[in-house]
Write a protein that binds this ligand. Structure first.
Ligand code: ZN
Length: 208
């Protein structure tokens, strides 16, 4: 079913079901997600937009976070195949591409400021001029570029658009690839089970 016929899951404002789906996609609870800027044709989130300042006060530059497991796995394959190096090299020789990518960087920062306004975060001067994924002069994370390109739509991030096209063996925007990508019936993760936090928890437990 196209997202447009499903008003409950087509808006930018996340529903509780969206937040639960994000937690299942990432296998950890999500925090400070303020918008769903890109959805599958079925309505499920593809990207989560995080407030530019977290509720604990920490500035957070990575506004567009790719959450869909099929796309994140496919982007990791492209990274492993060396696509980032190839793109970074082209940025040093192709002036038109470099200029367009500079524009992507600026668009990212503008979009983040708008999300900050809509979510009530306000300006976050600590991350002025910082975007994500290596922009504006390098490519360091395809997930960040895809997250941005899916959120902004075609024509805003040329290397993100290229990466999306390169995902085609595994994922295309016109078809739902959600079935089996995560467990819709599993309990929603409530504790952060990521290694980093587990480590911090262990450290704090052992220091008690
Ligand atoms: Zn879907």
């Amino acid at each position: 079913m196209p997202a447009s016929t499903s008003p409950a899951t087509s808006g930018r404002t996340p529903t509780q079901h969206d937040l639960d789906t994000l937690s299942r996609q990432l296998n950890r609870p999500v925090r400070d997600v303020v918008e769903i800027p890109a959805r599958c044709v079925c309505g499920n989130p593809l990207v989560a937009a995080t407030a530019p300042r977290l509720s604990n006060g920490i500035p957070f530059p990575t506004t567009f976070y790719l959450t869909h497991p099929v796309i994140t796995a496919a982007a990791s394959r492209l990274e492993a195949a060396g696509l980032m190096n190839e793109m970074s090299e082209r940025l040093t020789t192709d002036a038109a591409l470099a200029s367009a990518y500079q524009g992507s960087h600026e668009a990212y920062i503008r979009a983040r400021a708008e999300i900050g306004e809509r979510s009530g975060t306000g300006p976050v001067p600590e991350i002025d001029g910082v975007s994500a994924g290596g922009m504006p002069t390098r490519v360091k994370c395809l997930h960040a570029l895809v997250g941005h390109a899916l959120s902004a739509g075609p024509g805003v991030n040329p290397l993100g658009d290229e990466t999306i096209a390169a995902l085609a063996p595994w994922w295309t925007p016109d078809v739902c690839h959600c079935a089996g990508a995560w467990d819709d019936f599993a309990p929603v993760p409530h504790k952060d089970l990521s290694r980093h936090v587990k480590h911090l928890n262990q450290a704090s437990e052992s220091s008690i």
